[in-house]
Design a protein around this ligand. Structure first.
Ligand code: 5AD
Ligand code: SF4
Length: 439
């Protein structure tokens, strides 16, 4: 018997990449690969990359440089680049870093086994097509291994919104929704393998419009169907665009018992002038009214968002409008970024805000968000929330899980097991998590 070959995958960026990396590992399992945590042991290294902000691509090149020594020691080692940097840079990657053997874009992962075979033959392999066939269907031939209590499930990919700063419509392509039956089959399969919480993924997840038995289904209808899956206890979805927050989806937040009270709804800026230049096609006010509506349906929902500071031509007054919007919304969590010009996007041609100014705005915005996050965390103290336990904590007898509101919660206590959902009384609030005791 030959020893299995070892695959090391390093994942950058969004949850979609985490999901894709799992699917790639499964596809490579069919080629006789098992996963390893250490690049030193690997016969193949795959970097699943992200292109959304500039530093990510640079990090990939410097990471690749670090593998030079390994490749000299082990000439049979194969190195591949997947993900959005692969899609955007294509052949350029092999030119800039000749030790790369394989470049594969996000729409071609089902062709990995073929590409791997070519690479084993000593060829270089590149595939950055947007093929017609359904990559998820083709990736489904996987081992039925037991899974942890939470999983991602991609339901939609790509984006037609073309925000002026964003590469996603170019790297992930046009918006495509997976058919309802395939998603339900995958969800039932995950549940059979131990999953209790599913997060539906899509770059523009609430634009979901997959083919159902009686025409296209909205995301809300899909969520209602998942609500009927026995053994599935929690449903989440990410990332949404304000313009696709339809009434049925808002209503589901009030009425669908498995849909969790957490919503990631990026706004990017609170200035209408900047929102217009960003091609966001919503205003600060329409966003605030939308949140009012969502909170009317589900008053305790925890909101999170994405913000970009230092977008071209952003003035201090524009930035103040963003801070004002944050004050009004009160976020439980937020991701904030300094604008970085992405070649090929419309905003990349425009005059940049001075770097020091953008840094300063980012710091001020993050201070405000952190304050809000801690205020909302502190408000949880004394309340009892349900926690789904995911893994042991750092201390003996401790378990860590997530509340309905997606707070990380540490609980000390014997007899708690992974995958269990139980009521926890919150007793403390830390930098990025809560502490509690079994109620
Ligand atoms: N510069 C900075 N942040 C960006 N994002 C997307 N493109 C850029 C860019 N060019 C941020 C947005 C988006 C999140 C996933 O990444 O806030 O919602
Ligand atoms: Fe990018 Fe999101 Fe805008 Fe689509 S909606 S272009 S993914 S920021």
């Amino acid at each position: 018997m030959t020893a299995p070959k070892k695959l090391y995958i390093k994942t950058y960026g969004c949850q979609m990449n985490v999901y894709d990396s799992e699917r790639m590992a499964e596809a490579m399992g069919g080629q006789g690969y098992v996963e390893t945590d250490s690049p030193e042991d690997a016969d193949m290294i795959l970097l699943n990359t992200c292109h959304i902000r500039e530093k990510a691509a640079e990090k990939v090149y410097s990471e690749l440089g670090r593998f030079r020594g390994l490749k000299t020691e082990k000439p049979d080692l194969k190195i591949g680049v997947a993900g959005c940097v692969a899609q955007a840079e294509g052949e350029e990657i092999m030119r800039r870093q000749p030790l790369v053997d394989l470049v594969v874009g996000p729409q071609s992962y089902h062709r990995l086994p073929e590409l791997e075979a070519r690479v084993r033959n000593g060829e270089k392999a590149l595939d950055t097509d947007f093929p017609e066939e359904d990559k998820f269907e083709q990736l489904r031939s996987r081992p039925r291994a037991q899974r942890g209590p939470t999983a991602f499930l991609t339901v939609q990919e790509g984006c037609d919104k073309f925000c002026a700063f964003c590469v996603v419509p170019y790297t992930r392509g046009a918006e495509v929704s997976r058919p309802v039956d395939r998603i339900l089959t995958e969800a039932r399969d995950l549940v059979e393998r131990g999953v209790r919480e599913i997060t539906l993924l899509g770059q523009n997840v609430n634009a979901y419009h997959g083919a159902g038995p009686d025409g296209d289904w909205s995301l809300a209808r899909l969520i209602w169907a998942l609500n009927d899956v026995d053994g599935l206890e929690r449903i989440r979805f990410t990332t949404s665009h304000p313009n696709d927050m339809t009434d049925d989806l808002i209503e589901a937040h009030g009425t669908c018992d498995k849909l969790m009270p957490y919503l990631h709804l990026p706004v990017q800026s609170g200035s209408d002038r900047i929102l217009k230049r960003m091609n966001r096609s919503h205003t600060a006010d329409s966003y605030l009214r939308l949140i009012e509506k969502i909170r009317a349906a589900r008053p305790d929902i925890l909101m999170s968002g994405d913000f970009i500071v230092g977008f071209p031509e952003e003035t201090e007054a524009d930035f103040q409008a963003t801070l004002g919007l944050i004050e009004e919304v009160r976020y439980g969590y937020a991701y904030s970024f300094k604008y970085s010009a992405r070649p090929g996007t419309p905003a990349a041609e425009r005059p940049m805000v001075e770097a020091a100014e953008a840094d300063d705005r980012l710091q001020r915005l993050q201070a405000l968000i952190t304050r809000q996050q801690h205020e909302l965390q502190d408000a949880m103290i004394g309340r009892t929330v349900k926690v789904l336990f995911e893994k042991p904590g750092r201390f003996p007898g401790q378990m860590v899980g997530k509340s309905d509101y997606l707070h990380a919660v540490h609980v000390q206590g014997e007899g708690l097991s992974k995958g269990e959902i139980c009521p926890v009384r919150i007793t403390g609030s830390g930098a990025n998590s809560l502490a509690g005791e079994r109620a």
